[in-house]
Ligand binder design. Structure first.
Ligand SMILES: Nc1ncnc2c1ncn2[C@@H]1O[C@H](COP(=O)(O)OP(=O)(O)OP(=O)(O)O)[C@@H](O)[C@H]1O
Length: 262
């Protein structure tokens, strides 16, 4: 025993590649990180650095060509209900199901809950995302932000080990985005779920994350790992966190920062 808690998600030396007819695209190269229970862990980096690819691999939709990913010490080999994904797109909800039916769907399909129990669980999380009045509405009757709330409720209702969020607010206007970020943090205060969150917004990473992994431009390699308090704090040298991240993302060579786990 080294006294450190066991990571929930352990990503070790992971290289992810796409093989097309003409090319072999290396999306990430030997990436390491560990996510602990109740972390709000953010993957941050420029477009094309492999953030979504990493999330897909944690989701079990893609296997590493090198390295491994473990969840609760078991190697990830396929998608499962212990990882639920929320995407950027507003069309991730089947349009023929109401809000309640959408949120109930994975609970029923997985056999996790039946009938009234599934309905109660769905309504609990629909209430958490402030959509109780819209439980019987269909997705086309909702705004983009409301659809994202449904997708979050659907993911959370499964009470997965880890919620995977791929730029969930990128397509929203600035005001709605801020509101949704605040709501997510409020939800976290309530339930302390574990989330792996992808963004290319430094401000969003600082606000949402308690830990931030910086990835280099394509192919993504770990540049640094930082802790965040949710505020744009200023360190002893007078540098604010967002500015520090800005410099690290665009600086050479790759460096690593000591991170403290509580
Ligand atoms: N299906 C695919 N086939 C081939 N190459 C792909 C595929 N999907 C992604 N890539 C490539 O893999 C690399 C990483 O892509 P990825 O979408 O993971 O990056 P990202 O950091 O999430 O970018 P963005 O912030 O723009 O969404 C890019 O070079 C991209 O072109």
């Amino acid at each position: 025993m080294n006294g450190l808690p066991q990571p929930l998600l352990d990503v070790r030396g992971v290289t992810l590649q796409y093989k097309t007819k003409e090319h072999l695209v290396t999306a990430t190269y030997r990436v390491d990180f560990k996510v602990y229970q109740s972390d709000r862990f953010v993957l941050l980096g420029p477009s094309g650095c492999g953030k979504s690819t990493l999330l897909k691999a944690v989701g079990g939709y893609m296997m590493p060509t090198e390295g491994e990913m473990r969840l609760n010490d078991k190697v990830i080999t396929k998608p499962w209900y212990d990882r639920m994904m929320v995407f950027q797109e507003f069309d991730q909800l089947p349009p023929w199901k109401t809000v309640k039916q959408n949120v109930m769907f994975p609970l029923l399909a997985s056999g996790k809950l039946k009938g009234k129990e599934a309905e109660d669980k769905a309504m609990y999380y629909i209430e958490k995302v402030n959509l109780s009045q819209f439980a019987n509405h269909y997705p086309h009757m909702l705004s983009g932000g409301m659809k994202q709330r449904v997708a979050i409720a659907r993911g959370m209702a499964m009470e997965p080990d880890i919620l995977l969020m791929d730029e969930p607010y990128a397509a929203l206007d600035a005001l709605t985005r801020k509101k949704m970020q605040d709501e997510l943090l409020q939800l976290w205060d309530d339930t302390h779920f574990t989330v792996l969150f992808v963004t290319h917004s430094i401000a969003e990473a600082v606000k949402i994350g308690n830990r931030i992994l910086l990835l280099s431009p394509h192919p993504g390699q770990v540049t640094a790992e930082l802790n965040s308090t949710g505020e744009d704090t200023v360190d002893a040298d007078g540098n604010c966190l967002t500015e520090k991240i800005n410099q690290m993302l665009f600086a050479e060579p790759v460096e690593t920062e000591e991170v403290n786990h509580v």
